[in-house]
Design a binder for this molecule. Structure first.
Ligand code: FES
Length: 467
């Protein structure tokens, strides 16, 4: 049953080790036996209410039908169809955004630039852990398995029509797994791989309808998803420095201009995706995705309009901002009431530990930005789904984003940049070479100032990059 639940979209944050409790699903009809692992991870009340761990769920003897609620795992996958410059040529091609969680495949007419089809899906590797570190650990034990599964899945998503070429963008771990490279150097400090370059594959090697190229990484965990973000935002052509910020489990920061680029990644943890938050969930039906202060209390918006079942990343940022405004959360993150809870809706509240998780996540990201962009930038582009949905006023109020910068969401810039490179064949290699020569990867943890800035940025308070 675990495999069927994964295919239905349930994620296994700890890779199905029964260790995190993050794959909770509710049985609505029929019986799923509560195992020892489930009894350890869930409260008695939860077990009574039908909650089970999806990763170790099995059929009861003789059971014929079980109905399980999985709606909270539905994912809104961000695609991109913005018009981009084109150098027309015959045939079709494809751009792929290979994300840690989601996949987007876009087939494009190379003569007109028109997007002919888009396929989205869940990365099948998510069965073995939500974050890149758990994927690396799995790869060390089962070499090659994750690469095979992602190549097969993407091959199916591409369909059968011949393609002139396919460009793939993804972070460094996705790059190494896809290309079948040794991931061992990525599992320990200084997290630098000797094989960050682009790799080309013939169609027969992959069993795909055309040859493919996995675009090169920039360094450390900063992969071609950010390189494509640079292409999409033209950061490498700017006279004055700009910043590009991708908020996720691994937050990446790129700062630079035509004169030079620095980039870094920070392990922010999964709070912005609802992970390690007691009532956390994806931005699906039943999630609180927005919180506003009204008449001295917190008013929640729930996706789908029904009863709240949990809270997603944008709701979490809003709730913390609202709590600060009402004086219910201090700048040090302490809940000020005696119960140490921030009630949001029937059955949904934030606990002190949830606020701590948020502080850790936002502190890491804000510290990364502070370290790289401290010299001043004129604009901050936010990449990715979270950057698209987050309320900027709330992100500023909790000190995730700085007060003194214009901020512009750029959507799925990895996909757009890959499509831009696909449609510019004659200048592609030179552009990639130039960006890689301009970019310098910085290992933040190795900087003696980082821990200090990180601790400072954990405060739930407004800040200025120039201050
Ligand atoms: S308990 Fe972690 S994935 Fe199931």
């Amino acid at each position: 049953m675990a495999d069927q639940l994964f295919e239905a979209g349930v994620e296994f944050p700890c890779g199905g080790e029964s260790a995190c409790g993050g794959c909770k699903v509710r049985v609505l009809e029929g019986e799923v036996p509560a195992t020892v692992a489930m009894r350890q991870a869930l409260s008695e009340e939860e077990i009574r209410d039908g909650w089970r761990l999806a990763c170790c769920a099995g059929w009861a003897p003789g059971a014929e039908r079980v109905v399980v609620e999985v709606e909270q795992w539905s994912l809104d996958v961000l695609t991109d169809e913005a018009r981009v410059p084109i150098e027309p040529r015959a045939g079709r091609g494809a751009a792929i955004d290979l994300g840690t969680t989601t996949l987007v495949v876009q087939v494009v007419d190379l003569g007109t630039g028109e997007v002919l089809g888009v396929e989205t899906g869940i990365n099948p590797q998510a069965r073995y852990g939500a974050d890149v570190m758990s994927r690396l650990q799995y790869e060390l034990r089962h070499a090659g398995e994750l690469g095979r599964s992602i190549r097969e899945t993407l091959g199916r998503m591409l369909g059968g029509e011949p393609l002139r070429e396919v460009l793939v963008a993804g972070n460094t771990v996705m790059h190494h797994l896809f290309c079948g490279l040794d991931v061992e150097p990525l599992t320990h400090t200084p997290f630098l791989s000797p094989t960050p370059g682009g790799y080309r594959f013939a169609d027969w090697e992959l069993g795909w309808p055309g040859p493919a190229e996995f675009l090169p990484c920039l360094g450390g965990f900063v992969g071609s998803d950010l390189l494509c973000g640079i292409v999409a935002t033209r950061l490498d052509e700017q006279a004055r420095p700009r910043a590009l910020f991708d908020i996720g489990t691994n937050g990446e920061v790129v700062v630079g201009s035509a004169q030079g680029i620095v980039c870094a990644s920070t392990a922010a943890g999964p709070a912005f995706e609802g992970g390690r938050i007691r009532a956390g969930m994806r931005a699906g039906a039943g999630a609180i995705d927005g919180v506003h202060v009204r008449d001295g209390s917190l008013d929640c918006h729930v996706i789908g309009g029904g009863a709240a079942r949990g809270i997603c990343g944008s709701g979490l940022v809003d709730a913390a901002a609202g709590g600060i405004e009402l004086g219910w959360i201090g700048a040090n993150g302490r809940l000020t009431n005696a119960e140490k809870r921030l009630p949001l809706a029937d059955g949904v509240a934030l606990a002190q530990s949830d606020i701590r998780e948020l502080q850790l996540a936002k502190g890491a990201l804000a510290a990364g930005l502070r370290m790289l962009a401290g010299g001043g930038v004129e604009k901050l582009n936010l990449a990715g789904a979270f950057g698209n949905y987050i309320r900027q006023a709330s992100a500023r109020a909790i000190g995730l984003l700085p007060e003194d910068l214009p901020i512009e969401p750029v959507g799925n810039s990895a996909l757009r940049g890959a499509r831009m490179l696909l449609l510019a064949p004659s200048t592609r290699s030179a552009r990639l070479r130039r960006i890689r020569a301009l970019a310098r990867h910085v290992e933040l943890a190795a900087d003696p100032d980082f821990q200090y800035v990180y601790a400072e940025r954990m405060a739930l308070a407004r800040y200025s990059l120039s201050g």
